[in-house]
Design a protein around this ligand. Structure first.
Ligand code: ZN
Length: 320
């Protein structure tokens, strides 16, 4: 089993139609076409219906929304692709509401301007993942990832000048040196470490809510292979030595720019030592121990839409 096939956030049924991004009028054409469906994205959240599916809108319905930069209205738009019926999908980036000083209160108290008219509720992608269907998940992860990238790349990393959006939201170009910048994806490894007794190694991070346990994970460092990153992270976090590493699947994790690459890792040692800072605790679980800890509420497993859950359940042999 390749775990990514079962991951809600990994499915993407929409054709990204990358060849259309360079068409000069791709956005204008889409906005004139009544069938075009528009997803709203803001700060890791997407516009949703009360039932927590994506609230797709028409161009007319989003025309009144504020712009991030009034001088560059095209920068608000992301071309996501088209479906088999020829329907174009766009995302409209919506700026965060401006904080306003609270009149008559202490000067350091800020409130958000809730008077701004918004056509949809907002739900964070983290909360939404498991409830989206395949097409919606692909659209939402792409929109959230691109939106986060734009937020962080308004200036050129070479010279610090402003960058301007091109290719319908898929590149930014420096206004001074002309350098092109593309959306970034940072690889991270996540691994089910299993010992010779077929027990799984799970950790509890110091920052997590009590009872939450998950697989180990970490970012791939510059110049490092994925296999090396798996072995290094497990050794650094728990002192456990890992031998064989096998790839199991992946999941986009745009919080803000990660791609989670999932592995099964075979432990060559079992003594566990945690640093107590990042990871508060780590321990081995047999299937019976994990089943009883989850049933008793002592262990809260990773969220259903996560690759961590899929890796644990693949080892477990079924749903937890
Ligand atoms: Zn530059």
């Amino acid at each position: 089993m390749i775990v990514s096939d079962d991951l809600p956030l990994s499915r993407a049924d929409i054709d990204r139609a990358a060849h259309r991004r360079t068409e000069a009028d791709v956005l204008a054409t889409a906005l004139r076409t009544s069938s075009t469906r528009i997803l709203l994205v803001r700060g890791g959240s997407v516009g949703t219906t009360p039932e927590e599916s994506i609230a797709f809108r028409s161009a007319a319905e989003v025309a009144h929304l504020p712009h991030a930069d009034a001088a560059e209205p095209d920068a608000d738009w992301l071309f996501l692709g088209e479906d088999g019926d020829g329907v174009t999908y766009l995302a409209r980036r919506v700026p965060e509401p401006e904080p306003l000083p609270l009149t008559g209160g202490p000067s350091d108290v800020l409130v958000h301007n809730r008077a701004e008219a918004e056509p949809a509720g907002w739900t964070s992608l983290r909360m939404l993942g498991a409830s989206l269907d395949g097409s919606e998940a692909g659209l939402a992860t792409t929109a959230v990832a691109l939106d986060a990238w734009h937020d962080r790349h308004v200036r050129c990393p070479r010279c610090g000048a402003a960058t301007r959006v091109q290719q319908a939201g898929w590149t930014r170009v420096c206004v001074v040196d002309g350098s092109e910048h593309y959306p970034r994806t940072d690889p991270a490894v996540i691994m089910a470490v299993v010992d010779d007794d077929d027990r799984i190694l799970l950790g509890h991070a110091a920052a997590w809510a009590p009872g939450r346990w998950s697989t180990l994970a970490g970012f791939v460092e510059s110049g490092e292979s994925l296999e090396h990153a798996v072995r290094r992270e497990v050794l650094e976090e728990t002192g456990v030595v890992v031998g064989d590493v096998s790839y199991r699947g992946s999941q986009p994790w745009p919080f803000p720019a990660s791609l989670m690459l999932g592995f099964r890792a075979a432990a060559l040692s079992t003594d566990v030592t945690v640093d107590g800072v990042e990871l508060a605790e780590a321990r081995w679980f047999s299937r019976a121990e994990l089943a009883s800890a989850v049933a008793g509420g002592d262990v809260v497993p990773p969220g259903r839409a996560s690759i961590a859950r899929a890796l644990v359940e693949e080892w477990f042999g079924g749903p937890l």
